[in-house]
Design a protein around this ligand. Structure first.
Ligand code: TYM
Length: 346
């Protein structure tokens, strides 16, 4: 990590295990970026408490996610991985950024509207969620943010918040740019909405071949293909889209042609996909098993990451406080002048 490297920042919630949407939309890109940039990746547990969660399960979820990320290829020697709540400055900067964030910007966020519509009682945390996300990125002066398409609106808001804060108090925060990779929007197994933990339409990144096969067997294909003898349309088939990420060119071409001529059925097509998916993800599963057998090592990595991040974060926060006239460590000039005046008058 050298000084002239641009900084990459991204985060993922520990609200259930990492799934293929996370992997194809974000994690895979995170791994690729570590050679070129100074990459900081965060398990955002403070974000996860804005939804349903069990305190007893949280430590396990954080651990399992750390394992998945490391197993997916994040090398702790070449990037920084840490847990958000280990660096209290995230919550502090969020409060500061609240002061330049219009309420209307938060209520119009698609994710807020979507999630709040599905809840009986909506907590303020859900509304302020994107401000915490902005704080995550800006605390490290992140310049590039690798995410899936669903995070673009939050990123745009982060840029807006940075602009407003800089305009009001001074140039501290760069405006971060999103980095969107090849799997920007992976659909869930029903083929309609995005693959998402809260919709239960996922395949776990660490799923064993048996589980992959089982999950895929329920996946929706071309809805117009009712009988085996009906020709299918791969362009509207989510299973074919997944082939695009896990099967080689030759297999994809073959499946495409044979589907259109009703020469291969959906069951066989899924079987081919399950095999390739299981095989491609095998090294990740194997590394995860090794890491799970060595939990101390995982916690050491997270602690080392948090240590580095606390240092960067406290520096940024100090600068922000200073420019806002907060946390003065010296007697301010005006107070000193008054005191001197009072002293000379007596
Ligand atoms: P989260 O935990 O929902 O998802 C983590 C990453 O996975 C991507 N992703 C997807 N990509 C393609 N298709 C899908 N079906 C899919 N599902 C998830 C997400 O786009 C994301 O990149 N708000 C963020 C976490 C966050 C964050 C940050 C991200 C907190 N602070 C700072 C970037 C920078 C979130 O909920 O991610």
């Amino acid at each position: 990590m050298s000084d002239d490297q641009k900084r990459v920042f991204s985060g993922i919630q520990p609200s259930g295990e990492a799934h293929l949407g996370n992997y194809l939309g974000a994690i895979r890109n995170w791994v690729e970026l570590v050679d070129e940039y100074d990459c900081i990746y965060c398990i955002v547990d403070l974000h996860a408490i804005t939804g349903d969660f069990e305190p007893d399960e949280m430590p396990r979820q954080v651990f399992d996610l750390a394992v998945s990320l490391l197993a997916a290829g994040l090398d702790p020697e070449r990037c920084t991985l840490f847990v958000q709540s280990d660096v209290p400055e995230h919550a502090e900067l969020m409060w500061i950024l609240n002061s330049v964030t219009p309420l209307g910007d938060l209520t119009r966020m698609t994710q807020f509207k979507d999630k709040s519509a599905r809840q009986e009682s909506v907590g303020a945390g859900l509304l302020n969620y994107p401000v915490l996300q902005a704080a995550d990125i800006l605390l490290y002066r992140g310049e590039l943010v690798p995410v899936g398409e669903d995070q673009l609106q939050h990123l745009e808001l982060t840029r807006e918040i940075a602009r407003r804060w800089n305009h009001r108090f001074g140039e501290v925060f760069p405006e971060p740019e999103p980095l969107i990779g090849g799997g920007a929007r992976i659909l869930g197994l029903e083929g309609v909405s995005k693959m998402s933990k809260s919709r239960g339409n996922t395949i776990r990144l660490l799923a064993e071949p048996e589980e992959i096969r089982d999950r895929l067997s329920a996946a929706v294909t071309d809805p117009a293909r009712v009988r085996l003898s009906d020709p299918g349309n791969p362009n509207v088939c989510n299973v074919f889209a997944l082939h695009g990420h896990f099967s080689d060119g030759e297999t994809r071409e073959e499946v495409e042609v044979r589907c259109q001529t009703a020469d291969i059925g959906c069951v066989a097509c899924k079987e081919r996909l399950a095999e390739n998916m299981g095989e491609q993800l095998r090294p990740i599963r194997e590394r995860a098993k090794e890491l799970k057998a060595n939990p101390d090592r995982v916690y050491q990595i997270l602690e080392a990451g948090a240590e580095r991040c606390r240092e960067i974060a406290s520096e940024t926060l100090e600068e922000a406080y200073e420019l806002m006239g907060l946390r003065r460590r010296h007697v301010p000039d005006a107070v000193r002048a008054d005191a001197d005046g009072a002293g000379s008058g007596s």
